[in-house]
Design a protein around this ligand. Structure first.
Ligand SMILES: [Zn+2]
Length: 644
């Protein structure tokens, strides 16, 4: 007897022999056993999943001489004739072979004639969506008024292409792709019957290559038996299918988990020796990465469809979830770029080394751009450009480390000290601000008392110079003390300095600010300390100090913001400030020039600067730049937001 191909020999002859599609079989068995048959069935699903096999079994069920049932006898003339493909009342039409379009039409035109041999005339139309429009019309006409002796069994891989008029007249069954597990099970049964030796791993390869189709699985098995001279070995099957040894992929992943570059290259060398298809290796890597991610995220969702569940779970425990995601992304990009690589092997090697080089955890050890910069470093960086230098700030590092360069008006250490020792109204040098403040503004000299207070603070600082300040401060600007508060130049914007931007920030002090310390710098930067509520806070935020006496503060507010101001605000401001400083204060607010930066403007500038700093940090961040380079990305700076 000549060799009969497995797909044909093992084509199921009863519903019971079918592998899978239980949801369809159950419905059909019920209909047959309870005599509730529809006149038209539509079986959909990809190729080789059993559409025509089911239809042929159904034809037997309907025409078995023993009677209509879900279990045809298989022995009677009808059953045998159908099995052998020569039953006259089973009219099989393959609509895909369009050579016989007119025949199809003719066949359908003869639908009214009673069956010559069987109980039912069964029309099995495969790939029905490919019928010509005239054939569709003939079919539709019949489906609208089906003769009692006719059954239509339609099959298609593409039900979307069927006219709705046809679809609505059929009972539709969707056949599922067969899982590799089911295919492997079935292959085992077949091979044991056929007494063919096999490695189970070779069956998994075949099961996967069949892509859901039992017919393909059996055809491939036939080929593999021939290829392996009568037996199925994994190496042979792999070679036949041109698939990559999964063990190589697992070894690659092990090497990645162990950050072992040498091992990675060794596996690639092995693959090269085996003549592996390198783009195929990347695809396999992607398949395994996907399974690893499933194993890590939804362990129960991991099937054993590739026969590798245990291995995957083991590997999943060795890798961080973000690494898996990262590797997947790199492999995707690498597969896309494979065509640009000098050769496929180099492409794969670079891809693997890239995974290693950019491994998320690895970056932490690498160079990194941080937002915070030590003040001393900032001050040093500023020195060569002859900008005013810091006198303080480093004193309370690291809390002030992101603060700006503080500009001093002191001529030198000695000057400050001398001036402090002999306080006088004409004193020419005073440190800018209290040590807590972090302004980059030039000194705004206050009334004598205020100036003295500030000098005292400065002296304290000078007495214990911060170790981080290496070079003594250099005098750059001198400001003369004045009776009144003079608006001075706007603060030097940090962003104008030729160095990485650093952001200003308001200081909220829990220590009580003495009235003698009050000046525009304090007002501006420690404004929150006064805890002015609601609308009063908003309005006062636009005010600056125009004049100070021991018992009064005159504020200025610009016209634009004065609209919100009313007498009640002024009154309440007086009450709250008197309460804060513990002394009755006469407060006035006049509409006038506001040359000095107000608390509100300062706050806004702080925010703007922080945004500048954040953008700069992102622009210069090593990791961000690597990601941009790697994925051909663009940093959308407009999307950068401050989070608090
Ligand atoms: Zn029979």
């Amino acid at each position: 007897m000549s060799y009969q191909v497995l797909a044909r020999k093992w084509r199921p002859k009863t519903f019971r022999e079918m592998a899978g599609q239980n949801h369809v079989l159950k419905a059909l068995v019920n209909a047959l056993d309870h005599d509730r048959l529809h006149h038209a069935y539509l079986f959909t699903g990809t190729r080789g999943v059993g559409k025509t096999t089911i239809a042929r079994i159904l034809a037997k069920c309907l025409n078995c001489e023993v009677g209509v049932s879900s279990e045809p006898c298989g022995q009677c003339n009808a059953c045998v004739a159908i099995n052998e493909g020569r039953f006259v009342d089973l009219l099989e039409v393959d609509a895909a072979s369009r050579t016989k379009v007119e025949d199809t039409r003719e066949i359908l035109d003869n639908v009214q004639y009673t069956p010559s041999q069987g109980r039912y005339k069964v029309y099995l139309i495969d790939e029905v969506h490919m019928l010509s429009s005239s054939s569709f019309n003939a079919l539709l006409k019949t489906l609208e008024e089906p003769p009692a002796h006719v059954k239509f069994l339609l099959a298609t891989t593409d039900p979307q292409k069927l006219p709705a008029t046809i679809l609505s007249r059929c009972l539709q069954f969707n056949l599922k792709n067969l899982t590799p597990e089911r295919i492997v099970d079935y292959l085992k049964t077949v091979l044991e019957h056929e007494m063919v030796q096999y490695d189970e791993s070779s069956l998994w390869l075949l099961g996967r290559a069949a892509d859901g189709s039992m017919r393909d699985a059996l055809s491939l098995t036939d080929q593999a038996i021939a290829f392996g001279s009568g037996k199925l070995g994994e190496a042979d099957v792999r070679q036949m299918l041109g698939t990559i040894d999964h063990n190589s992929v697992y070894r690659l992943i092990e090497a990645l988990a162990g950050s072992d570059g040498a091992a990675l290259l060794a596996v690639v060398a092995d693959l090269a020796e085996m003549g592996a298809d390198f783009p195929g290796v990347i695809s396999e890597l992607l398949v395994v990465m996907h399974r690893l991610a499933v194993a890590q995220t939804v362990p129960d969702g991991l099937d054993n469809s590739l026969g590798d569940r245990a291995k995957i779970i083991d590997l999943a425990s060795k890798l961080a979830a973000e690494d898996v995601q990262f590797y997947y992304q790199i492999a995707l990009a690498g597969r896309r770029d494979m065509g640009f690589a000098p050769d496929p092997r180099a492409g794969l090697e670079m891809l693997l080394l890239r995974m290693l080089a950019f491994k998320p955890q690895g970056v932490i050890d690498g160079p990194r751009q941080t937002l915070a910069r030590p003040v001393a470093a900032v001050a040093e960086a500023a020195a060569p450009v002859k900008k005013p230098q810091t006198l303080d700030a480093a004193a309370d590092a690291p809390s002030n480390i992101v603060d700006d360069v503080v500009v001093s008006t002191a001529k030198s250490y000695d000057d400050v000290t001398a001036a402090a020792a002999v306080p006088s109204r004409e004193d020419v040098s005073t440190p800018v601000e209290s040590p807590k403040s972090s302004s980059n503004a030039m000194l705004n000299v206050q009334e004598n008392t205020v100036a003295i207070a500030e000098r005292e603070l400065a002296v304290k600082q000078v007495a214990a110079p911060p170790p981080k300040v290496v070079t003594p401060p250099v005098v750059e600007t001198v400001h003369v003390a004045a009776e009144k508060v003079d608006p001075v130049e706007k603060p030097v914007a940090v962003s104008e300095l030729p160095q990485p931007p650093v952001a200003s920030k308001p200081v909220f002090t829990h220590e009580k600010i003495p009235f003698t310390s009050l000046n525009n710098a304090v007002w501006r930067e420690q404004f929150d300390a006064f805890q002015l509520p609601g609308m009063l806070g908003s309005v006062a935020g636009h005010c600056q100090i125009a004049a100070l006496t021991a018992s009064s503060v005159a504020f200025n507010i610009d016209a634009a913001n004065a609209a919100l101001l009313n007498d009640r605000h002024v009154e309440r401001l007086g009450e709250l400030l008197s309460e804060y400083f513990g002394a009755p204060l006469a407060i006035t607010v006049n509409i006038g020039d506001v040359a000095y930066e107000t608390p509100a403007a300062f706050k806004q500038r702080c925010l703007d600067e922080r945004l500048v700093v954040a953008k700069h940090a992102l622009r210069t961040d090593v990791l961000v730049n690597r990601i941009i380079e790697e994925f051909d990305g663009v940093l959308d700076e407009e999307s950068v937001r401050l989070v608090d």
